[in-house]
Design a protein around this ligand. Structure first.
Ligand SMILES: Cc1cc2nc3c(=O)[nH]c(=O)nc-3n(C[C@H](O)[C@H](O)[C@H](O)COP(=O)(O)OP(=O)(O)OC[C@H]3O[C@@H](n4cnc5c(N)ncnc54)[C@H](O)[C@@H]3O)c2cc1C
Length: 546
C-alpha cells in the first residue's frame, strides 16, 4: 500500500487503545485517520483460539519479547515483559480477562489531578465499549458496545473446588467483579466472542476497516514524532528499510503502550533534557518524568502436581478427552479451547485493617511447566498471587540514539520493601486454599515452593527467586494536574501542540485489576476529548444502592 503523505489524525500503535481511537475518530467521514502499527496483521489461528494464549507469550513474530534489566531485589533476574506487536497489540496476546479495577482507583486518579477521571465520570465510557452477554439488565453493564464480554461456561471442574475452598475459609462469593463490590471469589469474565478471542482489533478495528477515511498501515515502525515550532507535524516512520514522513494536520496520538510511548517521546526530543543531550537527541521539551513512574503487578505462585486428569493438560489418560476437545472446538467453537484457562479468582486484603483489596488470588486449573513450554504437560493446578497496589516505582529509559534499540526497562520490583509482606501473606493464604478439603480427592503434592518452605524467610526467598509479573506495566507518561506530569487531564503532552498520549502509559497510578478494560476506557474518553465532544453525564449506580 502506498503511504499517505498526510492525514488529519495520526495514531501511533494499533494496540488496545489505538484500535478504539481508530474506530471512534474515523466515525466522522469528513476526517482522514491513519493508524500505524509496527507489527503484522493478526491473521493467525493462535491469536484467535483463546486457549492458545500460552503460545503467544514468547511468540517471535507477534511479540516484542522485552525483558527487564536484572532486578536487584529479585536475585538479579531479568523478568520477561511480553507486549503484543501485531494488530490489536497486547490485546491480541493477552489473557482476555475482563476487569475494570476498583472504583476507588479512579478517585485516586482524580486526586492526582485527572479532573473528570473519577469513577462516576468513567463508568459511561466502560459501558460505551462493552457488549456483555451475561448481565443484560445491570446498571453496571451494557449490551450495546463493540467489545464482547462473556462468562466462560462450562469452566474446568477444578474451578468449583477452588470456589468451594474459598467458601470453606469464609470468603464471600462475588458474582460480578465489575459491579458494586469486587471483594470475594468467583469466576472471571473474558473478552471472547463465539469461542474466539475478542481482541481490540476484532472488536473495534475489523468492523470499520472498510471506511474510506481510515488507512491502516502494518509493518511500519514509527521512529519519532516530527516537531516543528513546538507542534507535532506528524511522524517519521520506517517501512522495509526506508524512512518516510506522514504528516498530521490536526493531531498525532501516541498509543504505543507503556514502553513504546515514552520511548518515542524521548526519541522525539521530549524527556529529560540532560539525558537526551548525552544521546545527541535535539531537545524540544524538558519533561523529566517521561519514562518514570513505571508500575506493574508482581506475582508469585504455588504449584501442585496430581495424577488426576481433571486439570487442563496433556497425558495418556487425558488423550481421548483431548481429541474430543479439539473436535468440539473445531465443530462448535466450544469447550476448553474456547477458554482463557485462568477462569476464576478472588480479591482479598492481606491485612483486615485495609480498606481496599491488595491481592488478586488467581486460580490456574493447569500445571505451569517450569520450562515455560506453552502446553501443560501432565496434570496439576496452582494459584498465582498478584500484588495489586505496589509502592515500588521504576522507569523506562533509552539505551542509545537508535529508535530500534530495546529501551531499558527497570520496574524496580520490591524496591519498596513494604511490597514483600503482602505477597508472603498471599502465599500462605493460597496454601490454605489448596490444602482445603475441597482439593483432598486430587491427592496432589506441592512442587513450588515445596513443603519445606514454611517460615516467612523461606517464602520471601521463594518470591525473590521465582516471581514474575502478570504483565500490567503502566504509568510511564503520567497524567496529572501538576506541571511535572507528562500529559494533562486532556491527555495533551505538556508544552507541545497537537500531540496526545492515550494508552496504559498515562495511568497516574496502577489500578486494582487487569488493565485492558481500563485502557479501552482511556481511549474512549480520549476520543471524546480529541473530537471536542462533551463528556457523558456521570453515573454511579453504587450511589443509588444498586
Ligand atoms: C501475556 C499478557 C497477558 C495479559 N492478560 C491480560 C488480561 O487477561 N486482561 C487484561 O485486562 N489485561 C491483560 N494484559 C494487559 C493488557 O493487555 C494491556 O494492559 C493492554 O493491552 C495495553 O494496551 P495499550 O494500548 O497500552 O498497549 P498495546 O496494546 O501494547 O499497544 C501498543 C501498540 O503499539 C505498537 N507500537 C509500539 N511501538 C511502536 C512503534 N515505534 N511504531 C509503531 N507501532 C508501535 C505495538 O506493536 C502495539 O501494537 C496482559 C498482557 C500480557 C502481555
Amino acid at each position: 500500500m502506498q503511504l499517505p503523505a498526510t492525514c488529519d489524525y495520526l495514531i501511533v500503535g494499533a494496540g488496545s487503545a489505538g484500535c478504539v481511537l481508530a474506530n471512534r475518530l474515523s466515525a466522522n467521514a469528513e476526517v482522514h485517520v491513519v493508524l500505524v502499527e509496527a507489527g503484522p496483521p493478526d491473521d493467525s489461528w493462535l491469536i484467535r483460539t483463546p486457549a492458545a494464549v500460552g503460545a503467544l507469550i514468547k511468540h517471535p513474530r507477534y511479540n516484542w519479547n522485552f525483558q527487564t534489566v536484572p532486578q536487584t531485589h529479585l536475585a538479579g533476574r531479568r523478568i520477561p515483559m511480553p507486549r503484543g506487536k501485531v494488530l490489536g497489540g497486547t490485546s491480541s496476546i493477552n489473557g482476555m480477562v475482563y476487569i475494570r479495577g476498583h472504583a476507588s482507583d479512579y478517585t485516586e486518579w482524580e486526586r492526582a489531578g485527572g479532573q473528570g477521571w473519577g469513577y462516576p465520570d468513567l463508568l459511561p465510557y466502560f459501558l460505551r465499549s462493552e457488549r456483555n452477554e451475561a448481565w443484560p439488565s445491570s446498571a453496571f453493564h451494557s449490551t450495546a458496545g463493540p467489545m464482547n464480554v462473556t462468562s466462560i461456561r462450562p469452566h474446568n471442574p477444578l474451578v468449583d473446588r477452588f470456589l468451594e475452598a474459598a467458601c470453606s475459609l469464609d470468603f464471600p462469593a462475588c458474582e460480578d467483579f465489575n459491579a458494586a463490590s469486587m471483594d470475594g471469589f468467583g469466576p472471571r469474565q473474558a473478552t471472547i466472542r463465539g469461542g474466539l478471542r475478542e481482541s481490540m482489533a476484532t472488536a473495534f478495528l475489523r468492523p470499520v476497516r472498510h471506511r474510506r477515511n481510515l488507512t491502516v498501515l502494518t509493518d511500519c515502525f514509527v521512529r519519532r514524532i516530527v516537531i516543528e515550532e513546538g507542534r507535532s507535524a506528524g511522524v517519521e516512520l520506517e517501512r522495509e528499510g526506508s524512512v518516510h514522513r506522514v504528516g498530521a494536520r490536526i493531531e498525532t496520538i501516541l498509543s504505543a503502550g507503556s514502553f513504546g510511548s515514552p520511548a518515542i517521546l524521548m526519541h522525539s526530543g521530549i524527556g529529560n533534557e540532560q539525558f537526551l543531550r548525552t544521546l545527541g537527541i535535539k531537545v524540544h521539551r524538558h519533561a523529566p518524568e517521561v519514562g518514570e513512574n513505571l508500575q506493574d503487578h508482581l506475582a508469585t505462585s504455588i504449584l501442585m502436581r496430581t495424577n488426576s486428569p481433571e486439570s487442563y493438560g496433556l497425558s495418556w489418560r487425558a488423550l481421548p478427552r483431548a481429541i474430543g476437545t479439539v473436535a468440539e472446538y473445531l465443530l462448535l467453537r466450544r469447550g476448553p479451547l474456547a477458554s482463557n484457562v485462568f477462569e476464576a479468582h478472588g480479591f482479598v486484603r492481606s491485612d483486615p485493617g485495609l480498606t481496599l483489596p491488595d491481592l488478586q488470588i488467581i486460580f490456574m486449573p493447569a500445571f505451569r511447566n517450569p520450562s515455560g513450554f506453552p502446553i501443560p504437560l501432565g496434570h496439576g493446578y496452582g494459584i498465582n498471587v498478584a500484588l495489586l497496589a505496589p509502592r515500588s516505582r521504576g522507569r523506562v529509559m533509552l539505551t542509545g540514539p537508535d529508535p530500534r534499540a530495546q529501551p531499558s526497562i527497570d520496574p524496580n520490583f520490591l524496591g519498596e520493601s513494604s511490597d514483600l509482606p503482602p505477597l508472603v501473606h498471599g502465599l500462605k493464604l493460597a496454601r490454605r486454599l489448596l490444602y482445603a478439603p475441597a482439593f483432598a480427592p486430587f491427592k496432589s503434592h506441592e512442587v513450588a515452593p515445596g513443603p519445606q518452605a514454611q517460615d516467612d524467610a523461606a517464602l520471601e526467598e521463594h518470591v525473590r527467586s521465582s516471581c514474575g509479573t502478570v504483565f500490567h506495566p503502566v504509568g510511564t507518561c503520567r497524567m496529572g494536574g501538576d506541571e511535572m506530569s507528562v500529559v494533562d487531564a486532556q491527555l495533551r503532552v505538556r508544552g507541545i501542540q497537537g500531540l496526545r498520549v492515550a494508552d496504559a502509559s498515562v495511568f497516574p497510578k496502577q489500578i486494582r485489576g487487569n488493565t485492558n478494560a481500563p485502557v479501552v476506557m482511556v481511549a474512549e474518553k480520549a476520543a471524546d476529548m480529541i473530537l471536542g465532544r462533551s463528556p457523558p453525564a456521570p453515573v454511579d449506580p453504587r450511589a443509588a444502592g444498586v
